[in-house]
Ligand binder design. Structure first.
Ligand code: CAA
Length: 389
């Protein structure tokens, strides 16, 4: 496919990382994507390969074996992977944005040495478990309970919608630390570093999804799972705030992923419009198609500009809650809109699995749902607007 025109100014280092990500995606992912999607196959070997390239420790400082890069550079690499296979980009996005950042920010030195460094090297894959069967958008109403018993926390409950939770070596699990008789809402939730070897841990249902089929989504069961007290992260009553703060970062990753999906749909459409002939001419000669392509490209470029401005604000140390939600909202709705146009441009060929835009259309939908629905992003933006006016 054509080289992307990013509008952004990339440094030499960013260009090099973009090139490495693009080559990796072309050689190690693209040839297998259709099959992995069809078979719901998670290619575990990618974890080690991406780790070896530094792609699983992009935001982790070198002292813990990461690359210590800025957020924008990480998002450029993530977009390259997502452009080729959005399902693969989930493992990179979740791992870099959520579990590793939570341990980096609130973990003890011992937790960082034990978990963060191997995660940066790609020897351990991280996951994030917040949602439950009955608490999705209203995340603070979660019910999974942690009870202190001697040197352990005993955790009982079920988590759902956990990306690669069946493959993860480290899972950050949010659980209630308040008591059933004295509920404290968002102030009664802790975050725990869980590993699958703990007694009482088991993997539940693997979902059969519309899209992102090469990324497993599972439920996790904790049946009196005993977690040593030194696996609690930071203040055991602040886990919900840690999770939401981390989702500010996670949502940037979903935005980059959405931009990757939209960009791929646009690039396939541009090429197809130059090959497909109807009424004696290439369909790109019709204004109906030109306007679609112009709008698709405009929206992708705008989504990327908003995302990278937000990433720069984050790296300057500013609060990005509002802009992170705007970035995720705009990019995910762009992905859905652009892939819908792409299917239309391909016509009947857009509706069958022989051509790539069908998968992109299916993959796009979840970006409007996970890590906070579009409705939740609008709610966050509106709250921030009211708070500052
Ligand atoms: N950064 C830091 N702190 C934050 C914050 C943020 N972005 N947002 C809220 N907080 C703090 C608040 O200040 C408050 O702190 P205090 O108790 O000290 O006052 C606390 O968190 C509670 O905040 P709210 O009162 O705003 O909480 P709420 O119950 O009204 O919920 C919500 C807010 C925005 C609706 C939130 O529940 C939400 O984002 N819901 C969507 C959940 C979500 O995104 N889930 C995705 C899960 S991951 C996934 O999809 C799968 C996967 O594998 C990746």
């Amino acid at each position: 496919m054509a080289q992307p025109r990013l509008l952004l100014h990339l440094t030499e280092e960013q260009r090099e990382i973009q090139r490495v990500a693009r080559d990796f995606a072309r050689d190690e992912i693209a040839p297998y994507s259709v099959q992995w999607d069809r078979d719901r196959h998670f290619e575990r070997s990618l974890v080690g390969k991406m780790g070896a390239l530094g792609f699983l420790g992009m935001l982790i400082p070198p002292e813990y074996d990461g690359l210590g890069l800025d957020t924008g550079t990480y998002l450029i690499a993530l977009e390259e992977i997502a452009t080729v296979d959005a399902a693969v980009s989930i493992l990179m996005g979740v791992h870099n944005s959520l579990p590793t950042q939570m341990i980096l920010k609130w973990g003890t030195e011992a937790q960082k040495k034990r978990f963060l460094a191997p995660m940066a090297r790609g020897e351990m894959l991280g996951a994030f478990a917040l949602s439950e069967p009955e608490s999705g958008s209203d995340a603070a109403s979660l019910r999974t309970q942690a009870v202190r018993d001697g040197d352990d926390w005993v955790i009982t409950g079920t988590k759902s919608w956990v990306s690669h939770g069946n493959e993860a070596d480290v899972i950050i699990v949010m659980a209630r630390t308040d008591s059933p008789g004295d509920r404290k809402g968002a102030k009664g939730i802790g975050a725990f570093i869980v590993t699958p070897d703990l007694p009482g841990f088991s993997v539940g249902k693997k979902e059969d999804k519309m899209g992102m089929r090469a990324s497993p989504t599972v439920s996790l069961n904790f049946d009196g799972m005993r977690v040593p007290a030194d696996r609690a992260l930071g203040d055991v009553h602040r886990g919900f705030v840690y999770a939401l703060q981390s989702l500010d970062n996670g949502r940037l990753g979903i935005a980059a992923q959405s931009i990757g999906i939209a960009r791929a749909a646009f690039e396939y459409s541009l090429r197809y419009a130059g090959e497909r002939r109807q009424f004696g001419t290439m369909i790109r000669d019709f204004e109906a198609i030109q306007f679609k392509l112009a709008d698709m490209s405009t929206r992708v470029t705008a989504a990327r500009a908003l995302l990278h401005a937000t990433a720069a604000a984050k790296d300057r140390g500013e609060s990005i809650t509002q802009f992170s939600s705007m970035s995720k909202l705009f990019a995910s709705e762009t992905a859905m809109w652009v892939t819908t146009q792409a299917v239309q441009i391909f016509g009947g060929y857009g509706y069958i699995t022989d051509f790539p835009v069908e998968r992109l259309f299916r993959d796009a939908k979840v970006t409007e749902i996970y890590e906070g629905t579009s409705e939740i992003q609008r709610l966050v933006v509106a709250r921030e607007l009211y708070a500052t006016t």
